[in-house]
Design a protein around this ligand. Structure first.
Ligand code: F6P
Length: 560
């Protein structure tokens, strides 16, 4: 039975009317009116503190947003997601990334099968592999121990492990045979070429990470890597090519058949399941590079932190539920205050890739304009989301945040404690000072963005170009410390936020048909580019671009 679109229902309409009343109210007024504001809008769970007091909302706004969540049946949707119902309707399957972080003694029976034993079998398989590397026992075809592992993957098969290995760099294992992890994702081969130029083929192994095992970006890199190994090891050293395939490749995919076809030895395949989406997959085999860097114990702590957030998501009341509140803040900004840009600003260099990771998680999930039932939405969905390390962004795009014409919601992310483990006392003191400086900048920026001129203690009038409008909403997310566990909780927090927003917008966050079509069209264009046939089917611009590429190819120089 068709349901009434969410924007035509009571809670949405009440919110729209309420927004008209409050939208001109400045954050300065909201703070001046309520000395308890910070306490009222701050919640904690799983080692995270989320301060939502710098959002441009009141108690009334939040109460109405919670009504909206109830009207959209968010509590029921959470149970459906976690219970393994087929919430990914366009692909008719569940989205069970949360199953990947269930503890071993748990059980999750979905359509007659308990998924937990299979999940833990894969983790144990991963552990065996990781231990072999760390013992120096994973040897290449010439007998040298593997020292370099290159992850070949793109999107979810790259960004998750890339982001987490950087974020947990302090947890790098030191007392084991050292294995350096590298990432090559771009289809043009630049990152791979850089690795091939530096690494010793005898001591290098490639992990082919691809859920589908059909992604051309990854498969092109994989072919180049295979030829490089064969030329060096088979050609120069006379090594058996089968041995090269067996000792220098691991595959991680939901398609064992395709891995086998490509030549990955069955024992060196890490399988995962169709019910895990690519951008939600770092918790299983795709996380192999993470486990290689920090070890399985820490990898399991990452899973446990995410599981703690899953449990919070499942059990906490809506009004205390961190993913729900974060989602509602976003909905409030996008749909009721017309703020359609969202910046992610971590104040910790280890979170360098966090914004890139969230760009995929949020925009590939919720960048949709058709509901799960196939109806055009009549409201905005996912905002444009981007970011960078906060301290560096201060010297790049904060000018726009402070004085530009765009309203932008910001997430400030920082660990409260850092550098306790640095052994040298003087260095520790210096680094702790740098950490305090970073926190001071983080807190000062969110304050200035919220309060504008009111945050500046400077008497007298200032000219227009020195004035700050303020009233830019933000959320501050504090981690007690950046550990595998709090990082797991932070990632899971955003995953669930995305799900809650999708539920309210009525869209399916677990497919990505827009991207699929792009892949198909690129294939057609590549055929024309390679075969020089079929150009007439192209538009005038694309024809000219292809002809320029042909001319450059023929002349060895760029045509103008
Ligand atoms: O480009 C879209 C996408 O399908 C992402 O969703 C996915 O993470 C990425 O490609 C890589 O896909 P695969 O893991 O199947 O190679």
């Amino acid at each position: 039975m068709p349901t009434t679109p969410i924007d035509q229902r009571g809670a949405w309409r009440a919110l729209a009317a309420h927004a008209r009343e409050i939208r001109e109210t400045h954050l300065c007024t909201l703070f001046a009116d309520d000395p308890e504001r910070h306490r009222a809008y701050t919640r904690q769970a799983a080692g995270l503190t989320v301060d939502l007091s710098k959002q441009r909302w009141s108690g009334d706004s939040l109460a109405r947003l919670l009504d909206l969540a109830r009207e959209a049946e968010v509590p029921e949707a959470i149970q459906r997601l976690l219970g393994g119902e087929r919430v990914n309707v366009s692909e008719n399957r569940p989205a069970l990334h949360t199953a990947l972080r269930l503890p071993q003694d748990a059980s999750l029976v979905v359509e007659g099968e308990d998924l937990v034993p299979g999940v833990h079998r894969t983790l144990e398989h991963m552990e065996t592999m990781v231990e072999r590397f760390h013992a120096g026992q994973w040897r290449g075809a010439t007998g040298k121990a593997i020292r370099h592992v290159v992850n070949l993957g793109v999107g979810g098969s790259d960004l998750g492990p890339l982001m987490v290995t950087h974020a947990l760099s302090d947890y790098r294992l030191r007392d084991v045979h050292s294995v350096e992890v590298h990432f090559a994702s771009t289809m043009d081969g630049s990152q791979l070429a850089d690795c091939l130029g530096r690494l010793d083929p005898e001591a290098t192994l490639f992990v082919l990470s691809s859920k589908s095992f059909t992604t051309i970006d990854t498969l092109s890199n994989a072919r180049t890597a295979r030829d490089w190994l064969m030329a060096r090891l088979e050609g120069e050293e006379g090594v058996d090519p089968e041995l090269v395939m067996r000792q220098h490749f691991i595959g991680v995919s939901a398609s064992p058949e395709k891995m086998a076809e490509w030549g990955i030895a069955p024992a060196h395949q890490l399988e995962f399941w169709e019910w895990v989406g690519g951008r939600y997959s770092l918790w299983g085999g795709i996380g192999l590079p993470i486990a290689l860097v920090v070890g399985m114990k820490r990898f399991r702590e990452l899973l446990a932190g995410a599981h703690a957030m899953d449990e919070h998501f499942r059990t906490a009341a809506l009004a205390d539920n961190l993913p729900v509140l974060l989602a509602l803040a976003g909905i409030w900004n996008v749909n009721f205050l017309d703020i359609r840009a969202h910046s992610i600003l971590p104040y910790d260099g280890r979170l360098e890739y966090f914004a890139a990771y969230l760009e995929q998680l949020e925009m590939e999930s919720n960048g949709k304009s058709v509901t799960a039932e196939g109806r055009e939405v009549g409201y905005s969905t996912c905002p444009v989301l981007w970011g960078q390390l906060g301290p560096n962004a201060q010297h790049a795009f904060y000018q726009l945040l402070h004085q530009g014409t765009q309203a932008v919601e910001c997430d400030f992310i920082a660990p409260l404690r850092r550098y306790d483990e640095v052994e040298n006392e003087a260095t520790r003191a210096h680094l702790k000072g740098q950490h305090r400086l970073t926190l001071a900048n983080c807190f000062a920026q969110s304050r200035l963005l919220a309060l504008g001129d009111d945050a500046i203690d400077e008497p007298g009038e200032r000219p227009g170009h020195k004035r700050y409008r303020g009233n830019q909403p933000s959320t501050t997310l504090l981690l007690d410390e950046l550990t595998p566990s709090t990082l797991g909780a932070l990632i899971a927090l955003y995953e669930h936020k995305v799900f809650v927003q999708a539920t309210i917008w009525g869209i399916n966050p677990f497919d990505q048909w827009g991207v699929e079509l792009g892949k198909q069209i690129a294939g057609e264009t590549q055929r024309i580019l390679e075969s020089h046939e079929g150009l007439e089917a192209m538009d005038a611009s694309t024809r000219a671009l292809i002809e320029a590429a042909w001319a450059a190819d023929a002349n060895g120089k760029v045509a103008t």
